[in-house]
Design a protein around this ligand. Structure first.
Ligand code: FES
Length: 102
């Protein structure tokens, strides 16, 4: 069973603005899109650029380095055919905080 760790106040996560945080010392990106709050390791599976530096449109985040695009809800790589996806983490909004599973 996962333990949820509070990472930032919910008010500091506006929709469509990825935020860099960490859970147990590992970099994590959290993002709010229509339909919920999502979290994944803040490391692009291509060459490691922090995805929190990317841009979000709808439910897609685009890595700033080489424009790979991922679905923030599933971690799926979009458009390209490559064996890569985001390492997703469970996330939730709880009692005014954004929490991510450790
Ligand atoms: S490092 Fe993210 S697309 Fe290349």
């Amino acid at each position: 069973m996962s333990t949820f760790v509070p990472v930032l106040p919910a008010a500091q996560l506006p929709a469509g603005c990825p935020v860099a945080t960490s859970v147990e010392g590992r970099p994590v990106c959290v993002v709010r899109v229509e339909g919920g709050v999502y979290a994944f390791d803040d490391v692009c599976p291509h060459r490691g650029t922090p995805l929190s530096e990317g841009r979000v449109h709808g439910t897609t985040i685009t890595c700033r380095a080489h424009t790979w695009e991922f679905d923030v809800r599933t971690g799926e790589l979009l458009r390209l055919r490559a064996p890569a996806c985001l390492q997703m983490r469970r996330a939730r909004e709880h009692l005014g905080m954004i929490e991510v599973a450790a």
